[in-house]
Design a binder for this molecule. Structure first.
Ligand SMILES: NC(=O)c1ccc[n+]([C@@H]2O[C@H](COP(=O)([O-])OP(=O)(O)OC[C@H]3O[C@@H](n4cnc5c(N)ncnc54)[C@H](OP(=O)(O)O)[C@@H]3O)[C@@H](O)[C@H]2O)c1
Length: 480
């Protein structure tokens, strides 16, 4: 018997993310078509959670498509890369003009742009959608960043806004912009997440080295910080993780975890894209490289053997002042990381003609996602007040925090350098801040060197035009 077209939306790919997203949709009253390549997953979803709402399950892709109301909206939640293309290839011949394919996986925005163009050629909408919040978010309310056409958002918007996290009655979902805009913004979100975590990890390391404090004591400090300007999901779970004791050994959990982090792709993508666009996202880059460095165990062992005592002993005299210094330095460095991330989004938006609303983007990261934080409201205010803000650092609320934090920031970075405690993200953020505010940069010398060895020419501060000095001749200057 032919399938009745009753489902408002479909999900194909029912591993943990797709399964939870389908349950979230059903719990919110939508009739959800569900499908998975291997039918066992579909059956187990129905067996375990079938009573949570209305599911229409299919074991073939053709039945799945036939069970959807038109225009059809199909969420693809499969392994990113080749599997996504394989599923799209299977879907396309079954769909009709105006139907919508939504890729909620972690795709690279360039792949999304390619897929969007290809599906447009078939009369279909392709909506690359960033989904943040992990499996819990998918089930209880993620932050959702859909790209694709405005027309497709008219169908998807009311559905996604209903299942997204809500903060102050505002859904953490909005149309980001055409084609790959949603996946681009999700990529930068993940890059900022890298920077945020690295900064938190450095703050912990500083407190541990400077105070000789235990992880449990440092957990208390983070718990206190979470009651103020730093309030965020990541600070909250830092307190949790630092306060946790390993059941097997009775030691602090953080001391039994191997200190080698992975960088699985999105940090790298963010840095690669920033290099292409010429945007200095130094905090995100340092965080990505710090993870790579942590994984180079042999090099670390060799260096440790060669330089066992390269730092000085660290003696903190006033505990409370030091803790407050680290807090201020963390906040200032974090503001730099977000300022850089938003610069990156603005540059991508200009390059690809996406017209992304930066304030709106901050709004949908307030809930559901990993970097959810109190100060995202301030970012929204800053960009809503001045759309062409040159950098977040100069918006009044941020300028106040950074300005007030500068002496502490310098003390912390200098003390850490003397003691030999690595702070790549803290110190590169401070260097970025100082470079931005410098009256003159040594880039002038670089231009001089380039003209010397390669006749690359330079501009002068006092006259229009391009110039070259005849370095090998009489050193007179000619107009180029
Ligand atoms: N936003 C987040 O926080 C977050 C977190 C985790 C994952 N993700 C992203 O969400 C997507 C799904 O993640 P996941 O962890 O739930 O699943 P996953 O492990 O990435 O992928 C497993 C799913 O892909 C299907 N699949 C794999 N190859 C396929 C192919 N060639 N044809 C058809 N189906 C294929 C599997 O079907 P079978 O059951 O038949 O093998 C299964 O349903 C991924 O893109 C992932 O990167 C996002």
């Amino acid at each position: 018997m032919a399938q009745q077209a009753t489902a408002q939306i479909g999900v194909t790919g029912l591993a943990v993310m797709g399964r939870n997203l389908a349950r979230n949709l059903a719990r919110n009253g939508f009739t959800v078509a569900v499908h998975n390549r291997s039918p066992e997953r579909t059956r187990s979803l129905l067996a375990e959670h079938g009573d949570e709402g209305t599911f229409v399950s299919s074991e073939s892709m053709a039945d799945f498509v036939a069970s959807l109301e038109r225009p059809r909206a199909v969420i693809v939640m499969v392994k990113a890369g080749g599997p996504t293309d394989a599923v799209i290839d299977e879907l396309v011949p079954l769909l009709e003009d105006g139907d919508i394919v939504v890729d909620c996986g972690n795709a690279h925005f360039a792949d999304t742009r390619r897929r969007e163009e290809a599906l447009r050629g078939h009369g279909l909408h392709f909506v690359g959608t960033g989904v943040s919040g992990g499996e819990e978010g998918a089930l209880h309310g993620p932050s959702i960043m859909p790209g694709g056409s405005a027309e497709s958002y008219r169908k998807l918007g009311p559905i996604f806004e209903r299942i997204a996290a809500q903060v102050d009655g505002v859904p953490c979902c909005r149309h980001i912009g055409p084609d790959g805009a949603g996946h681009f913004v999700k990529m930068v979100h993940n890059g900022i997440e890298y920077a945020d975590m690295q900064l938190i990890a450095e703050a912990y390391d500083l407190l541990r080295a400077g105070l000789s404090a235990s992880p449990a004591e440092i957990a208390e400090i983070f718990r206190e910080w979470n009651g103020g300007e730093l309030e965020s999901f990541l600070i909250e779970i830092t307190a949790d993780v630092l306060g946790h004791t390993d059941a097997a050994t009775g030691r602090p959990f953080v001391d039994v975890v191997l200190d080698q982090a992975e960088q699985k792709g999105t940090g790298r993508w963010t840095v690669q894209s920033a290099l292409d666009l010429g945007i200095p996202i130094t905090g995100i880059a340092e965080a990505t490289f710090a993870r790579s460095l942590s994984g180079h165990a042999d090099q670390r062992a060799a260096a440790r053997r060669a330089f066992p005592d390269a730092g000085e002993k660290w003696q903190v005299d006033d505990r409370d002042t030091f803790v407050e210094d680290v807090r201020r330095a963390l906040l200032a460095s974090k503001i730099v990381a977000y300022a850089q991330g938003f610069d990156h989004i603005r540059a991508g938006s200009l390059e690809y003609d996406w017209d992304i609303d930066l304030g709106g983007t901050a709004t949908i990261w307030r809930g559901g996602c990993i970097i959810r934080a109190r100060f995202l409201d301030r970012i929204r205010e800053a960009y809503d007040t001045e759309r062409e803000l040159p950098t977040l650092l100069v918006a009044p609320w941020f300028a106040d925090r950074v300005g007030a934090g500068v002496p502490a920031w310098r003390r912390v970075v200098a003390d850490a350098a003397r003691a030999g405690v690595p702070t790549p993200a803290f110190s590169s953020s401070l260097a970025y801040f100082d470079a931005l505010r410098a009256e003159r940069l040594p880039a002038a010398l670089i231009q001089g060197l380039r003209d010397n060895f390669g006749a690359h020419t330079y501009h002068r501060v006092d006259r229009e035009g391009s110039f070259h000095t005849l370095w090998a001749g009489d050193r007179s200057e000619v107009e180029a």
